[in-house]
Design a protein around this ligand. Structure first.
Ligand SMILES: *[C@@H]1O[C@H](CO)[C@@H](O)[C@H](O)[C@H]1NC(C)=O
Length: 414
């Protein structure tokens, strides 16, 4: 009679387990209760919240997709989930107008700006990711021509001004996020440093071309300080905070930033490793739906490569340069998948099945499930055809922009 008893115990434990562990432990999605939600909303930053219920099938299918999007956004856009099935959160979910699960909401600037609801049919990682990155109210002014820089600095002289010289075509997400966070304190702009011409005009060495430069102009001044710290979210936030704080003068704050040692903990390193693998997948045009990037990481892919200063070693050893390198596991998996795809195409399977299509129509499409009690079977959504998918992507604006360009943009770097 031992067996039934164990079974009964397992069953009794199951619901609690599902609730506590809806997102895997290493997910960058943080579960919030009502109190945590209110605290988060006090931050003037863009954040995303998925309102879910553990029993809802669409929510369970959302978990891996949402987790991938969250990983890509980390640490620039905090991503959260609220379990609306928990009695303590019911009021919050009602206040937020949650009528079906999952409901994904983007809060552009904490609780200060009206939230946007994610209403696109498919809830794949890429679509969610791009929807978020397009909706950061950054307020960063793009200065296309060199001649626009001085007038912009003059115009906004009454405030501190943060100016970025950067080689990219897009405004880095990190700069957008900072522009949003410090909107009340400073003005932000960006200028594209084509072939280093602008930075040369500003007196920088030509050899430094390609590296991003952050200049800060204190309120009332046309003189700048070149920020010398790490061009990462935490470091730049610390610098801006100390400028606002005023306890340290600008040069001291900069000196502190310069001397800050980069000591990521093991958990952060692990997140960076997974992010890098995900980015590689994106650069191959598939973001993360196309590739099992976790498998690639597990098989020993070292994202930072040999000799990458600042992030040495990671979990495994840095391979020596002389050693013949084994085939990059990501390429291996990609090749394998492409093969499988061409085979299935040959077999005439044009309908979008769960595997092999960038957007997992069958598993992540459909309207939010209405809040039916547990046990009520949900109607399964109609699988979309490839054509219908493309159409709906066009209509809702969820089609992917240039994947390669975006691969670099997602970084916590300038
Ligand atoms: C958010 O912005 C408001 C002003 O718009 C400010 O009073 C408040 O201190 C800011 N909160 C944080 C956490 O920066």
């Amino acid at each position: 009679m031992l067996l039934p008893r164990i079974l009964a115990l397992t069953l009794a434990l199951a619901p609690a387990f599902v609730q506590a562990g809806m997102f895997p432990e290493d997910s960058t999605v943080k579960m919030l209760d009502a109190k945590g939600f209110r605290k988060a909303m006090k931050q003037n930053v863009t954040q995303v919240v998925a309102f879910v219920a553990p029993w809802c099938g669409h929510c369970q299918r959302l978990v891996p997709e949402y987790s991938k999007a969250a990983l890509g956004l980390y640490p620039l856009v905090p991503t959260y989930a609220v379990d609306c099935d928990n009695a303590k959160n019911k009021r919050l979910c009602a206040e937020q107008g949650v009528k079906g699960f999952p409901t994904i909401k983007l809060f552009p600037r904490g609780g200060r700006v009206k939230p946007l609801e994610y209403t696109h049919g498919e809830r794949g990682a890429s679509a969610i990711y791009y929807w978020v990155t397009r909706n950061i109210p950054h307020g960063v002014k793009k200065l296309y021509n060199f001649d626009e820089i001085t007038p912009w600095l003059e115009e906004n002289k009454d405030k501190g001004r943060a100016f970025l010289l950067n080689n990219g075509k897009h405004i880095p997400i990190l700069w957008q996020v900072l522009g949003n966070k410090y909107k009340d304190n400073f003005k932000f702009s960006v200028h594209r440093d084509r072939q280093g011409r602008s930075s040369e005009k500003m007196g920088f060495e030509k050899s430094k071309w390609g590296s991003s430069k952050v200049m800060f102009y204190p309120a009332g001044s046309m003189d700048y300080v070149v920020y010398e710290g790490l061009q990462k979210f935490d470091s730049l936030s610390k610098f801006f905070d100390s400028v606002i704080d005023g306890t340290a003068d600008l040069r001291t704050a900069n000196e502190e930033a310069k001397n800050e040692e980069f000591v990521p903990d093991e958990k952060e390193l692990e997140i960076q490793r997974r992010q890098e693998a995900q980015r590689i997948a994106l650069a191959h045009g598939g973001f993360n739906d196309l590739i099992d990037f976790e498998k690639a990481v597990l098989s020993g892919y070292n994202p930072h490569g040999p000799g990458h200063d600042g992030y040495p070693g990671m979990m495994g050893d840095v391979p020596k340069k002389e050693e013949a390198k084994p085939e990059d596991p990501i390429h291996k998996i990609l090749k394998h998948q492409q093969q499988a795809e061409s085979e299935s195409a040959k077999a005439g399977q044009m309908a979008a099945t769960a595997q092999g299509t960038p957007f997992e129509a069958a598993s992540s499409s459909g309207q939010p499930q209405t809040a039916t009690p547990p046990g009520t079977p949900a109607a399964s959504p109609e699988p979309l055809t490839v054509a219908a998918q493309a159409e709906s992507a066009q209509a809702t604006g969820t089609s992917r922009p240039s994947a390669e360009a975006d691969a670099a943009r997602a970084k916590d770097e300038l």
